[in-house]
Write a protein that binds this ligand. Structure first.
Ligand code: FAD
Ligand code: EPU
Length: 331
């Protein structure tokens, strides 16, 4: 049995039947893939809600190579490097681009999986290609940006049929021509001539004010995705809720703020046992210390039901929540 509490930021006291740390690509050829294999980085978007009866592979591959091209920096980073450390290094070394994505916890290898995004930027914009090791067929290949099928909090890597693809490295392309992206409302206070370092520091400040630090209060960031609804559904809702935040998606659809829906539904004080809604950000569920997987399932289920009842909107978890043999089905 391998303890998982320190391997995921929601910190439930669960365990795995088997756990292997991958520190060298040489190890990959020896791994035996089973359908209950779960690939793990730093566990900031994974919750082990019960003792896991399968094998957990923890990616700890390290290393980085930076090349200079005429118009861009080409940065190849091993999957086990820490994301925020990479952002700080590149911004400090004069290679801007990732500043809006500062302080997102986790590993570089997980960044393409849900196409991490924050403050108006998604990582898909900068991904050139992703190196993959197929644990079933024991072969390596690379996927281009288009082949990764990036979307909002989505990519090909989230599909269950590709659960045996282990990302070993990511190639980023950072154009030398740079403009601060200040489109997100929280960044509008910055002047257009703000440097990448200014933007990064501001993003860190905003995040520290809103989001709980997992080292102080266990959490996994936004628990639900922001729901995408038709413009007709939004128009009907906006008639009753004039101050409802909304973000453009396409000609026919918009994105709503799930945190706002949960907050305005009066669910911020909701708590079951030691699992609760965060007081400053209703989209974040927290573990006050002695929470259990059952309490988490009960609380998340209640929020899903209430948001459907009040607004007619379906909420879908963003975090990957695992039961004893795999992902939990919520619907
Ligand atoms: P893990 O939880 O270990 O894994 C996440 C998923 O990726 C799993 O499905 C896992 O199987 C898969 N995976 C991991 N590594 C590999 C690999 N090498 N190969 C194949 N599959 C792999 N996310 C955002 O997008 N924006 C935010 O602003 C944001 N803020 C957050 C704030 C807080 C306080 C927290 C706790 C989380 C936040 N997140 C945010 C979520 C999280 O930081 C990201 O999803 C991050 O990319 C997860 O990295 P990880 O290494 O911890 O992933
Ligand atoms: N809001 C409330 N009450 C709340 C929470 C939010 O009224 O309790 C309102 C805010 O005032 C704002 C709107 O809802 O008008 C959106 O809130 P915020 O800017 O905090 O962002 P979010 O939509 O809740 C998303 C991402 C975050 C990302 C931020 C910044 C998702 C699921 N979440 O949150 O990502 O950091 O935008 O870009 O898309 C994560 O994925 O784990 C994560 C933290």
């Amino acid at each position: 049995m391998f303890a998982l509490q320190k391997r995921h930021t929601f910190a439930l006291p669960t365990s795995a039947k088997e756990l292997i740390e991958i520190t060298d690509t040489e190890q990959l050829g020896e791994l035996r893939y089973t359908p209950d294999t779960w690939i793990l980085g730093e566990g900031s978007n994974t919750i082990f809600a019960a003792d896991y009866a399968g094998q957990v592979l923890v990616n700890k591959l390290r290393g980085m190579v930076i090349e200079e091209a005429d118009n861009a920096w080409l940065v190849r980073v091993a999957a086990g490097e820490n994301w925020h450390d990479l952002v700080v290094k590149l911004v400090h070394d004069g290679m801007p681009g990732f500043e809006n994505l500062a302080l997102i916890p986790g590993s570089v290898g997980a960044a393409p999986v849900q196409n991490i995004g924050a403050y108006g930027v998604e990582i898909a914009t900068f991904i050139d290609s992703v190196n993959v090791y197929d644990l079933k067929q024991h072969r390596q290949f690379s996927l281009s940006n288009a082949e990764c099928e990036f979307g909002y909090r989505n990519s090909i890597f989230k599909r269950s049929e590709y659960a045996h693809w282990l990302i070993t490295a990511v190639q980023f392309r950072l154009p030398k021509e740079w403009l601060a992206n200040l489109t997100y409302p929280d960044l509008a206070v910055l002047p257009q001539q703000a440097s990448a370092r200014d933007v990064m520091e501001h993003v860190i400040q905003v995040r520290n004010a809103k989001l709980p630090n997992p080292n102080e209060l266990a959490n996994a960031g936004s628990f639900f995705k922001n729901p995408i609804v038709s413009k007709e559904q939004y128009a009907a809702l906006a008639e009753q809720h004039q101050d409802m935040p909304v973000y453009p998606v396409s000609e026919s659809h918009v994105k709503l703020a799930a945190g706002w829906l949960i907050d305005k539904a009066g669910l911020k004080a909701l708590r079951i046992g030691d699992i609760g809604v965060h007081s400053r950000q209703a989209l974040v569920l927290v573990n006050h210390g002695r929470g259990t997987g059952e309490q988490l399932r009960a609380l998340a289920g209640e929020i899903i039901r209430e948001i459907k009842r009040i607004y007619g909107v379906d909420l879908e978890p963003e975090v990957r929540v695992l039961g004893s043999s795999g992902l939990i089905a919520w619907q």
